[in-house]
Design a protein around this ligand. Structure first.
Ligand code: ZN
Length: 220
């Protein structure tokens, strides 16, 4: 995949964020690793979702320095770059402040594994990451350290929002959509009763089956 194809993919995937009601205004971003290069493609800072085109996308190195593009990269670029640098299997990263998931993040409470869909997609709870300020690598470090300790491709950064990772940028977008969906369902379940935990052996079985049956990369 060439750089211009990655730019088109990242531009197209940005449309999924407002479409799935994960973002308001210019918040939220999708990035993708450029295959075989120490580069990533991400949305420029402050550009509205209606204006996003492939040509507007910016390219940075894995320290977040601008390599190509007429605009400043998203202010979240350092966090995305840190993830690519330290998690070589990750090819896509998404960040949103989607409402229900971020409500869990505001409480610093992990989303418990109380739905088969959570076991399938996340392999257990959706964990909380540390409180971290923008400006150095503390957000990136918090994401990587939390996700390394869990099967989940999503982390709820405390008092902030959601970061998801994927083997592709599309997988990372899917995880962001699923994360918001289960955050909402478990929240509603809490309003009317107590969600029932799923036994660890059942979580393991569900996760293994889903990842093997549905998680395979399409044949090249
Ligand atoms: Zn944010």
């Amino acid at each position: 995949m060439k750089i211009h194809e990655v730019k088109q993919l990242v531009a197209d995937l940005h449309a999924e964020l407002p479409r799935n009601e994960l973002v308001v205004w210019t918040a939220g971003n999708v990035s993708a690793r450029v295959p075989g290069e120490d580069l990533l493609v991400i949305k420029p800072s402050g550009v509205s979702y209606d204006e996003i085109t492939a040509d507007l996308m910016v390219v940075t190195d894995l320290d977040g320095n601008l390599v190509e593009g007429d605009h400043k990269p998203s202010s979240d670029t350092a966090a995305h770059a840190y993830v690519y640098k330290h998690m070589p299997h990750v090819n896509g990263v998404v960040h949103t402040h989607s409402t229900y998931a971020t409500a869990w993040a505001a409480r610093g409470e992990a989303i418990p594994c109380v739905l088969t869909m959570i076991a399938d997609e996340f392999g257990g709870e959706i964990p909380i990451g540390p409180f971290a300020l923008i400006g150095d690598d503390s957000i990136g470090r918090g994401i990587v350290e939390t996700l390394r300790a869990h099967r989940s491709p999503a982390v709820l950064m405390r008092n902030h929002g959601v970061f998801t990772i994927g083997r592709s940028a599309r997988d990372a977008v899917k995880a962001a959509v699923m994360c918001e969906d289960v955050a909402r369902t478990v929240h509603i379940s809490r309003q009317i009763g107590t969600p029932i935990p799923i036994a660890q052996s059942d979580i393991d079985a569900l996760y293994a089956r889903y990842q093997n049956v549905y998680g395979q990369e399409p044949a090249a």
